[in-house]
Design a protein around this ligand. Sequence first.
Ligand code: SF4
Ligand code: SF4
Length: 278
Amino acid sequence: MKISIVSGKGGAGKTTFTVLFANYLINKGVNVLINDLDVEEPNINLFLNKKLEYDNIYTYVPKHIKENCTYCKECAEKCLFKALVVAKDFWIVLPELCHSCKLCEYVCKYSAIEGDKRVIGKIGQSVDKVPHLLEGRLNIGESLTTALIKQVMCKSSNIKDNYDIILMDSPPGTSCPVIETSKGADKIVVVAEDTPFGFSDFVVLNDMLKEIGKDYYLIINKFIDGAEYLDFVAKNNIKILGKIPYDMNLARSYSGGHNMGVSIDFDSIYNTLLEGLR
Ligand code: SF4
Ligand code: SF4
């Protein structure tokens, strides 16, 4: 079972939930694989402190073959991402804008473009397997977040049969990277915080998940009274999976990268997530 853990905003508690739930599952004897897909700021391993072995991850980038080029500009005009600049006797690719679609190579009639590759980040894999961690880590300044997430998910897919449950800690927000981590999941857990900002971003995330046809379960973090949430879920028939109390000790443990002791009914969460999959 693949469970994607998502949130409308950063700091809502995805990682808190992922780490706590993973610990619960391990104590239960469940074979867990964690994918840290928050590739711009992966932080699961701050809590697990595992030894990771990294492999560089590459993406396609066009390479110019000057002697064949007529400087017709066809490639630059067709590039949807404005990643090519062509002028008289001048051709340059802006790698950070290039989305590796290969269209420029396809449209060039003069064989003046060929494929090259460049590093966009790396994937770390834990040496020991309990739990097994796959971590995507995007290079600083790099924009191909979704490309790296896809590569982590591909690696995860290749070994998925060794695990009972895969927990996917998604990036925050509602853009392409979150859609990527949500669309292939068996279950989605939305972690939202009990603040006005948290609720506002949760509503946007709700709309996005409905748009892609995904149901979800809700965890309310930093729970005080959850008034706005309780009203919203009642009107929209959304299932609340659990509540994590507003607790300064939990916040201190989290910010120190320590184990977080908190009382949550994980038996109920686990059984609810398994419903329909047994
Ligand atoms: S389409 Fe080919 S020939 Fe034309 S400018 Fe681009 S690389 Fe050069
Ligand atoms: S591979 Fe695609 S995005 Fe990159 S420069 Fe070529 S056309 Fe543009």
